[in-house]
Design a protein around this ligand. Structure first.
Ligand SMILES: [Zn+2]
Length: 239
């Protein structure tokens, strides 16, 4: 095999290792982000319940004030009953008192219903708060574990990266640039074998003349379809 290609295949093994470690770190981070999201959502739903309860409380106080006004009005009307002169006046006051009592009854019902809904929301909130404190524990543990694991992967990675950089120094700049470009564009598979005349990167056939040149192995040749750097791979070829 061409010496440059040999170097690149060795470099590629290391780059693939690095890519696997990166994927591992990123999947750990994603798992943590997912847990954090669920935790935050629960937190938000508690805040929403809290707001609902506070709004209901405010409404209840307003209705209570209205109710007290209605009671005062009834008392005032009842006081007037003593001084009433005509039947018409009497009937009118009586109606006002009856209406006032009706209003009070309605307000009382509204208050009861608000209190019931606040109580129900309070129960849900308490449950959610329990869950949140459980979640927090789980999240903290998971977070510590994931961070520790990610750090160990990171350490492993830096060692490999050092090795990679040392190795890359031995490769000609232009070759390395081409390789790096392909590596990024071709999902860490920049150098691939040709097996039975087929590129193992894109699985297209290599034209016979081009294949013959690859067989010679004296220079770097690309796949005409995917541009990956090719080498002849007799070990994988069928007997
Ligand atoms: Zn190809």
């Amino acid at each position: 095999m061409n010496e440059e290609i040999k170097q690149l295949t060795e470099l590629q093994v290391i780059d693939q290792e690095i890519a696997l470690l990166d994927a591992e770190i990123s999947s750990e981070e994603k798992a943590l982000a997912k847990q954090e999201k669920a935790f935050n959502e629960r937190h938000e739903s508690i805040a929403e319940l809290q707001e609902k309860i506070e709004a209901a409380e405010k409404q209840r106080r307003e209705i209570e004030a209205e109710l007290s006004d209605a009671q005062d009005r009834i008392k005032e009307r009842q006081g007037k009953m003593m001084q009433v002169q005509t039947n018409r006046e009497y009937q009118s006051l009586l109606k006002e008192i009856e209406d006032g009592k009706k209003t009070i009854k309605e307000k009382e019902e509204e208050i009861v219903s608000l209190m019931e809904s606040s109580e129900a929301n309070g129960k849900i909130m308490a449950e959610q708060e329990n869950l949140v404190s459980e979640d927090k524990k789980v999240l903290d543990e998971a977070s510590a574990k994931i961070k520790k694991h990610a750090a160990s992967i990171q350490r492993k990675k830096s060692k490999i990266v050092t090795k990679r950089n040392k190795m890359a120094k031995g490769i000609k700049d232009s070759v390395l640039r081409k390789y790096d470009m392909l590596r990024v564009r071709r999902n860490n598979k920049a150098v691939v074998g040709v097996v039975n005349g087929v590129c193992q990167g894109c699985f297209m056939s290599i034209p016979p003349q081009h294949f013959n040149n690859i067989l010679k192995g004296d220079r770097m040749l690309d796949c005409p379809t995917c541009q990956r750097i090719l080498f002849h791979d007799p070990e994988s070829a069928e007997e």
